[in-house]
Write a protein that binds this ligand. Sequence first.
Ligand code: FPP
Length: 252
Amino acid sequence: MSNAAAPAPQASDRADNPVHVAIIMDGNGRWAAARSLPRAEGHRRGVEALRRVVRAASELGILYLTIFSFSSENWSRPATEIGDLFGLLRRFIRNDLATLHRDGVRVRVIGERTGLEADICALLNEAEELTKANTKLTLVVAFNYGSRQEIAKAAQRLALEVAEGKREASSIDADVLGRYLDTPDIPDPDLIIRTSGEQRLSNFLMWQAAYSELVFVPIHWPDFDKAALEGAIAEYARRERRFGGLVAKTGS
Ligand code: FPP
């Protein structure tokens, strides 16, 4: 696609070909515990899995890959673990940004920036700025992200516009609210994968997931690889997406 002004592609209607895959990278701690290793080692190996999966997503023609790397609720973890996770994000951007850029990956960050340390904000801005013209794959990093917080923030901005007389309350519908979320330029995920066997969304993309297919895989995130991604996509391809309508019948 050469037209830079073209709208973001919409959620795929081809069941075997997800445009947007989102991943809840769960199980780093359990992976480490099973090996009598510190949790930090699980997270470190989680970053290695992330590198593999970004490469695999690109090879498989996925256009958007969203990863849940730090949730609004992760602040309740011990300070040392929070420090480890922030350290890994810093290192990931410092070490991998040039490679991501070379490989045509655009980095987008969603979530709340307020309250993050200045150097983290600067790194996130640098990653977005450097890669903004890339089109091979958009890597959406959900950092300090929570879906309820995102929706509440959108509601606040809309309420302010109504209070200031800039908008009629009756003009607010699902499309308008969707444009005030962190993802107005990103199609809804076709497929959401959660590793480690847990089966819930945990405040991740709850608005955007309205018609996503959910695939739960029993392996911990540090063991996730291209074959596991292909397995999840194969499961997705077996699903019948109806978006609230009826099953499409062939030949009618
Ligand atoms: C869940 O495992 C994972 C996280 C809370 C963070 C995911 C982070 C990474 C993969 C590494 C950092 C990311 C970047 C972009 C640098 P868990 O700790 O909840 O595992 P458990 O449920 O087994 O304890």
